[in-house]
Write a protein of this length. Structure first.
Length: 361
């Protein structure tokens, strides 16, 4: 049992003593390793202990530290070793638990979002009565549904009717790139809380945070005459791909795409979701793949006059994932606690030894 727990601690030392960790994390791991070395010093040979410490990266300038010895008067060697083994079994379990929890929360660090919009669905999906209520006359099937991907997620806003505009083509020129398929969006690594998930349960319990993307889309309801006024330009984008348990009802998967341009508004509930993930390792990247059908949300319908629950296209996301660094200060606290208990044990032993010597004299 002692060897098992020590081996666990040794693996932690070797795996988490690299230069990529934060300073508090390094110190915490070093303290745990130093404590484990107390056990190793009394249970392994001096040569093996030295090799273990140097290999674990816990000792540099303190080459003589492991050579120190101290008396264990009034406590047998076996009793002392058993207590230390128990102590560091507890500390090691806490450390392993902390690191294990982090390993189960993979984080999306990059990826590509691609959307294929169904232009016909948009063209025939306008809510005619709702549009009439705001003064727009629309005959379904005659609308121009044009899509444009704006680079950098910067949308210019509604275009005013230029003096040179004579038809729809002139108006849209310079504003959008007409397209409905293969619209790609740039992963935005610095926005909000990252998308985190447990690879073993993401299909059933979803994820936390969001994967965000730069890029937007625009379209018009109406014919050339109405478009020329610039009054029915609709724009949305800078999507956030995330999971909301409260939306997981009926055919909705709970996953959705939310607009963050000018306002935060759920746009598309995702149905017929396909999901696949490969867990990341300490030194290897993982992956997350999602795809499904996009259905107009109630919020999108109310704000922008599309028929609710309308299937307007498909999406796919291919992401790269990694294991986040365990809590630095948690590791520091665990390590400091273990070392303080060991030093306290040393002090107790030395006091007992001194008391024994005084009684003997």
């Amino acid at each position: 049992m002692a060897a098992y727990h020590f081996n666990l601690l040794s693996r932690i030392c070797r795996s988490h003593a690299g230069d990529g960790l934060s300073a508090p994390h390094k110190v915490g791991i070093a303290l745990v390793c130093m404590g484990a070395a107390d056990v190793a010093r009394h249970s392994l040979s001096q040569r093996r202990t030295r090799r273990c410490l140097l290999r674990s990266g816990c000792v540099s300038a303190k080459e003589d530290w492991h050579k120190q010895s101290f008396s264990i008067a009034n406590m047998s060697y076996i009793q002392y070793k058993k207590r230390l083994v128990y102590l560091f079994a507890v500390i090691g379990s806490l450390a392993v638990h902390s690191i294990g929890d982090s390993a189960r929360a993979d984080v999306v660090t990059g990826g590509a979002l691609v959307i294929d919009f169904d232009g016909d669905a948009f063209a025939n999906g306008g809510n005619e009565l709702a549009l009439q209520s705001v003064g727009i006359s629309l005959t379904p099937g005659q609308a121009f549904m044009e899509f444009g991907l704006h680079g950098n997620g910067v949308l210019p806003g509604r275009p005013a009717s230029p003096a040179t505009a004579t038809d729809f083509s002139d108006l849209r020129d310079g504003w959008v790139r007409p397209s409905t398929e293969g619209l790609g969006y740039t992963f935005n690594a610095g926005a909000g809380s990252p998308l985190e998930f447990d690879p073993s349960s993401i299909a059933s319990v979803g994820a936390q945070g969001a994967a965000t993307f730069a890029g937007g889309d625009a379209f018009w309801y109406a014919n050339d005459a109405v478009i020329a006024t610039g009054s029915v330009w609709l724009q949305f984008g800078n999507y956030a791909l995330h999971y909301d348990e409260t939306r997981s009802e009926g055919e909705n998967s709970g996953w959705l795409l939310t607009n963050t341009v000018l306002q935060t508004l759920p746009l598309f509930d995702i149905r017929n979701l396909s999901i696949d993930s490969v867990a990341a390792g300490i030194d290897t990247a993982g992956s997350l793949s999602l795809s499904g059908d996009l259905y107009v949300s109630d919020e999108f319908s109310a704000a922008w006059y599309l028929q609710p629950e309308l299937n307007v296209g498909t999406f796919s996301f291919a992401g790269v994932t990694a294991i986040p660094e365990p809590s630095s200060f948690a590791c520091l606290a665990i390590g400091a606690l273990g070392l303080s208990l060991v030093r306290r044990k040393r002090s107790t032993i030395e006091r007992n030894r001194d008391a024994g010597e005084e009684n003997a004299s």
